[in-house]
Design a protein around this ligand. Structure first.
Ligand code: SF4
Length: 405
């Protein structure tokens, strides 16, 4: 049976990370998942990511227990279900962090930082906690939806990053250290490049890393980037995946079609979807989601500009044209036969199927597309039966078309 051995090490690293949040050894900064984590880490903060908690609530299928609590407080059940599940869990003082890792709950923040490069929802979400904990909060508001990111935009984001320094100094009790910042960016870059290589192993004819496994193995690049631990982990994972490619060992033994997944994972249905695709000989080899933590612009010799640029150029923060260019490149690189767009009910920011892009991209690339409705955490918006029928029909059509080409 196909297995990635590094998974055990990953679970150990993630467990240690969660427990470290409550050790009291370091000050805690909360940060959005594509926020300036390197800058925070350079001040000695341990960094906690509420979105990672949201994903945990989705994957453990506990989100639906918590969302109604947030709705009672005025948060719509139609806004980001990471937000509503996370706030609801907090209000109920209940979390898988307690049952899985023995924590009391989310760690108390000394500083809260968000970046609206992904969506404005994070601002409301994080403000809730800043109010609750009476905690200092800083927001980065980069220009959004750009075709190209110019040096003017980068300069604006640099200024916003640098404005955070006094706040970080007060909250951490440490002076800004440029060398430490450079070193953190270097470690982050090295980890992110290893993660990128790990993802690219699935360009092979026998792909070793599926999108579904990728959503699990990306844990350390989200929560521990800028640390030696993350870098070491991705070196270990990459070595194993490269061995698998050499041995011709892929997660689908005989690949009949190669699929790209766009949008958020359906966290509570990862296994079901993974098995569905595999049973149909379809390898989901690449995704916008897992690629979102590849920051190949990072450069320790130019830490401000390179981090400002990398965090502003992410896929979710780009124009439709830029997104189509990136998708086209991925289609070629991973030899994609079809793309699935997850239209996530509560995250329109990371759903790219609502304004005709699938049709336009299909015309441009010739790659067939399917839209699947669902949600990242709230499974009331996901119909399993309907999704299975749609996906199986799509995969059959892909094979038929291939046969007659
Ligand atoms: S990008 Fe989507 S899932 Fe992520 S925080 Fe924003 S609204 Fe929520």
């Amino acid at each position: 049976m196909f297995k990635i051995k590094a998974t055990e090490r990953m679970k150990e690293i993630m467990g240690n990370y969660f427990r470290s949040l409550e050790s009291g050894e370091k000050k805690i900064a909360w940060c959005t998942s594509v926020g300036p984590a390197e800058l925070l880490r350079s001040f000695g903060f341990e960094v906690y990511f509420p979105e990672n908690h949201g994903a945990l609530l989705g994957a453990t299928r506990t989100a639906m227990d918590y969302i109604p609590e947030a709705v009672k407080c005025g948060y719509s059940g139609h806004v980001c279900s990471y937000t509503t599940a996370d706030i609801g869990a907090f209000l109920k003082n209940s979390s898988p962090l307690q049952t899985h890792y023995g924590l009391k709950g989310a760690p108390r923040p000394d500083l809260i930082v968000y970046n609206t490069n992904q969506c404005r929802e994070v601002e409301d979400w994080f403000q809730f906690y800043a109010d609750h904990f009476q905690c200092p909060i800083a927001g980065i508001h980069p220009p959004r939806h750009l075709d190209e990111v110019s040096s003017d935009e980068v300069a604006l984001v640099i200024r916003q990053f640098q404005k955070m320094i006094p706040l970080c100094e007060r909250a951490s009790g440490q002076k800004f250290d440029p060398d430490r910042f450079r070193e953190t960016v270097r470690l982050s870059k090295e980890a992110t490049l290893l993660w990128q290589k790990a993802l690219k192993t699935s360009a092979a004819d026998t792909p070793p890393l599926s999108f579904f496994d990728g959503t699990i193995h990306m844990g350390p690049i989200v929560v521990l980037r800028g640390s030696q631990l993350a870098k070491d982990y991705y070196a270990l994972l990459l070595a194993e995946l490269e061995d698998k490619v050499c041995d011709g060992e892929g997660f689908v033994p005989k690949v009949r079609s190669r699929i790209f997944w766009d949008g958020m994972p359906v966290w509570g249905k990862l296994r079901m979807l993974s098995e569905l695709f595999a049973a149909n000989g379809a390898a989901v080899v690449a995704s916008t989601y897992c690629s979102s933590w590849v920051f190949d612009q990072f450069d320790e010799n130019d830490p401000w500009a390179s981090t400002a640029r990398a965090y502003t150029e992410i896929f979710i923060n780009r124009s439709e044209n830029a997104k189509m260019r990136m998708l086209n490149d991925w289609f070629r690189e991973y030899k994609i036969d079809g793309i699935i767009y997850h239209d996530s009910k509560t995250c329109f920011n990371n759903s790219n199927s609502r304004f005709g892009m699938p049709q336009r991209l299909r015309e441009r690339s010739g790659i067939p597309a399917l839209v699947v409705e669902g949600d990242l955490c709230d499974l009331r918006f996901f119909s399993e039966g309907q999704s299975i029928t749609k996906i199986e029909t799509f995969l059959e059509q892909l094979e038929t078309n291939k046969t007659y080409v």
